[in-house]
Ligand binder design. Structure first.
Ligand code: C5P
Length: 238
């Protein structure tokens, strides 16, 4: 059987239900738009375990997501969506491309969260765009953008508090949304939330507990992901 879609870190498979897909978390890690690649045994399992718990938690807090159920250690079932070609990044502290673009020192706290929209395109390298670009490219309507921005800020508020309970600072993260195949008027949170797409710093030591360990060759990548999972699990009382 062939997957319906294969991305850098996940595969999507059909199920018996046309409205439901199986999402498989792979062990592949990529950075710098696929230029740097590696395989980490257990990465799929760790990201699935972390993301599943976070999505279940967000659902409980009233955020609609694509999550349906866990299948096994590396697979979940998700509602079929049409992914919006706009990625939403929320930042609470300067880091990564924000620091590179602006020169602001990494770790500088913002007075309020910064929301960015990027085009989801490996070919273009996910360029940062504004609302006018998105309107002209017809990637989303202005109303959709209001909804995406509000949803992303709501998720930031919920996750900022949750990760603080885990002893982690939520520095920044990327979200992807999709229109439900069964009802395209409804946009839900899709993709995953894991240390692959979030920056998480230990509140006490400032240690990086996310994919920057891989990007910057800091070592201990899976040890950090396992620590994030342990803290998420214990904060949820699982
Ligand atoms: O690299 P940059 O600073 O723009 O990344 C901001 C946040 O978005 C980081 O947490 C990063 O892991 C995430 N991100 C992502 N996928 C991308 C771009 C950024 O998960 N294509």
């Amino acid at each position: 059987m062939e997957p319906l879609y294969e991305g850098k870190a996940k595969r999507l498979w059909a199920t018996d239900d046309p409205q439901v897909l199986r999402m498989e978390f792979k062990n592949d890690a990529t950075a710098f738009n696929g230029e740097k690649k590696a395989q980490f045994e257990d990465k799929g399992r760790l990201n699935n375990a972390i993301s599943t718990r976070i999505y279940a938690f967000l659902e409980k807090q009233g955020i609609p997501t694509h999550f349906v159920r866990t299948v096994d250690e590396t697979n979940v079932e998700v509602r079929k969506v049409d992914i919006l070609m706009v990625e939403v990044i929320v930042r609470n502290l300067a880091a990564g491309s924000f620091s590179k673009r602006t020169g602001m020192e990494e770790g500088t706290e913002f007075s309020a969260p910064v929301v960015e929209f990027c085009i989801k395109s490996d070919e273009l390298g996910d360029p940062l765009v504004n609302d006018d670009y998105i309107r002209e490219l017809k990637l989303a309507t202005p109303e959709d953008l209001v909804f995406l921005r509000e949803s992303a800020l709501k998720v930031n508020g919920i996750l900022g508090g949750f990760f603080a309970d885990c002893g982690l600072k939520l520095v920044d993260f990327k979200l992807e949304f999709g229109r439900l195949a069964s009802d395209p008027s409804k946009i839900v949170l899709a993709d995953e939330i894991s240390p692959d797409g979030c920056r998480l710093w230990d509140l006490k030591t400032g240690e990086k507990m996310d994919k920057d360990r891989f990007r910057r060759d800091l070592g201990g990548v899976m040890e950090a992901y396992q620590e994030v999972l342990d803290r998420v699990t214990s904060a949820l009382g699982d």
